[in-house]
Design a protein around this ligand. Sequence first.
Ligand SMILES: Nc1ncnc2c1ncn2[C@@H]1O[C@H](COP(=O)(O)OP(=O)(O)OP(=O)(O)O)[C@@H](O)[C@H]1O
Length: 615
Amino acid sequence: MPWSFASPYVPPHHHSNNIPPSSDDSTQHGFGLAAGGGLPRGAGRGGSGGRGIPRPRQPSYRNSRFPVVEEPQNGDGINFDAYESVPVEASGKNVPPPVNVFDDTDLDEGLKKNIKRCKYVKPTPVQRYAIPIATAGRDLMACAQTGSGKTAAFCFPIISGILKGRSSSGFSPVSRGAGVAYPTALILSPTRELSCQIRDEANKFAYQTGVKVVVAYGGSPVSQQLRLLEKGVDLLVATPGRLVDIIERDRVSLKRIKYLALDEADRMLDMGFEHQIRKIVDKMHMPPPGSRQTLLFSATFPNDIQKLASDFLSDYIFLSVGRVGSSTELIVQKIELVQDTDKRDQLVDHLRRQKVHGTNGMVEHALTLVFVETKRGADALENWLSKSGFPAIAIHGDKVQLERERALRSFKSGMTPILVATDVASRGLDIPHVAHVINFDLPRDIDDYVHRIGRTGRAGKSGLATAFFSDKNSPMAKALVGLLQEANQEVPSWLNQFAECSSFGGRSRGYVSQRYSSGSYGGRDFRNPTEVQNYNCHGSHGNTDLAAESYTATPFVDTSSCDLQNSHIDSSFDSLNIGCTYNQSDVNSSELCGGVRVGEEGPSGYASIVATGWD
Ligand SMILES: Nc1ncnc2c1ncn2[C@@H]1O[C@H](COP(=O)(O)OP(=O)(O)OP(=O)(O)O)[C@@H](O)[C@H]1O
């Protein structure tokens, strides 16, 4: 029995136990056998060691209460077929063609060996497209579904570039001088845990190449990180706040940055981080776009953020693998109508059923991730679950870093198979065996929902995501319906009714209803106006045949993210007017091309297109 709900559960932070050690030893490299013959750091999810390194099938942490048995997973274990049918679009000038196998890429040979060691047999779709683009030196804004291998898609070209730069210039193995570290590459990510995960992945890929990877993140002593930096760094992975701190201490200089990657780029450029990112990129001596290569990755990329992001890029390629911001069909999504007062009972029902029947075919080893809205809510639910005999632990931004790391380790190891989390755990974390994500509280932003449920159903595996929907979530209804339809999921009839009643979607930028309401959007790159029109469908005026292509007429377009000035709208759109959403008027102020007229932006920054005569 992994655990029993008969007796109260005492979470690990309330007693001392054998939680497995941290994997945060920055000096340890991916395939290096730990002293004492420990297992090499995992290759991918439950990955295996390199050739010649035996990898027995055994619990990752020997925990008699809840052993997590690593599946014999490797590249073959990944269900690549699940990704093959997703639509791929790449826009921009001279897009390099995709590759089918890693051997066809220009990646450094030492790195290719490590890729094999990781048992990455073939590239995932985002890797097939992104690697040739990045190795050709092009800037890239890439959007691909959660769990589809984006980390490697940006790490491989960066590590390869560092190695090739060295061999061609004979540059010293480690960039270092007078107490200041000069990294060649910088990867920024929004959370400490994600930064550590990227560091671990990069270390695996850079194994025995001499590429030095260092992570810098807040909440842990800066002195330790500075000591590592003093030994030299090629690839610095960092959270923005700590990076600014160490730059201001004159311990790191960005002058020699050749590669800049933003993981979860839309999050990095939204209101929470944008200021810091602009400071780092524009005001801290980093070479400008064109002199450095910039790679932006996320599973979601709202148009307004795309527009902001384009400031950091030069002549870039926009790549979308799957629908922008959609979730993978690998995740079965269930939305349940539950009033707030009944949520705890409903949660317990799920946990009990899981205990008896398993989740996704996993009885013993399934981990459950429960998302709540607030830090206080996370603590309260953790306490309540623990008192009720369910082994739960919470992670949120008010916990000290050691507690956060401890919670994550305890969850990953299966010691505490229920993690109650705020959005601090919603992005990027790649935790094997998360079989069920429960949105106890729905987020307000549909993109957050996409990232949260993406903690399951990763790397071709199936997953289950359940959301508790209460009356107060009605603004999300439309967005949810759109997302469910996109991912071929069942839409409950009651949710459709909520969607019909609510006029706006659940995104603070007021854009979701447009994005999902017609179910016919297909736009990607905000630079492409015809696609932007489709992307922002709100209702339908019927189809119209223009310039030999069929479009759905779209009465709403987000002009804040649609650069009509640079657009080439076919002249047959001569009756297209744009006016304010809120007063529904046709405020026409300027003539652009082909008779397209643009009105003032409405109070929300969104405008409507009145497509007279299209039907
Ligand atoms: N080519 C490959 N072959 C086998 N496994 C792979 C391959 N590429 C990635 N993986 C594995 O797939 C899993 C998911 O990858 P990753 O974490 O990079 O996804 P992601 O797209 O960044 O997800 P998210 O959007 O949630 O950040 C990881 O465990 C990774 O090791």
